[in-house]
Design a protein around this ligand. Structure first.
Ligand SMILES: [Zn+2]
Length: 138
């Protein structure tokens, strides 16, 4: 189920169209993030989902090394309009409730739900679930 059907929460038509191809857990996580931002900060205009499910070609063009987007296990939240304090609050809250679902970091071998980075298209929060969590989910 996707609560936020409106394109206004998405930065581009591809991210919007492909939202329904996300793993159900990731769809729930995405909606929860939008609800959190709306209720906690009353900000929906500038905070947008910039990426959901991508193709191999799109990932190659973006020099992505992880396949989490292709596999429907990840989405990106653009941070325009959010303060540093608000960004930290999102990271803390979601790591607390869902951190254990995160994809395994190849370096640390620990579950990592949120990666805060700039891959060339602007800083964003990359939310990701692990292969095992995706597979075991009923
Ligand atoms: Zn990402």
């Amino acid at each position: 189920m996707v609560l936020f059907h409106h394109g206004e929460y998405y930065a581009n038509p591809v991210a919007f169209e492909n939202r329904t191809k996300l793993h159900p857990l990731v769809q729930n996580l995405l909606d929860s993030v939008l609800i959190f931002i709306k209720l906690r900060f009353n900000k929906t205009i500038n905070a947008r989902i910039t990426s959901t499910v991508s193709t191999q070609l799109q990932d190659a063009l973006l020099h992505r090394t992880s396949t989490t987007h292709q596999e429907g296990r990840a989405f990106d939240l653009g941070l325009n309009g959010l303060s540093e304090k608000e960004i930290q609050e999102i990271k803390t809250a979601f790591t607390e409730v869902a951190g254990h679902l995160g994809a395994i970091n190849p370096q640390t071998r620990l579950p990592t739900l949120i990666v805060d980075h700039d891959t060339g298209l602007g800083r964003h929060l990359h939310f990701q679930i692990s292969k095992q969590v995706a597979r075991d989910w009923k």
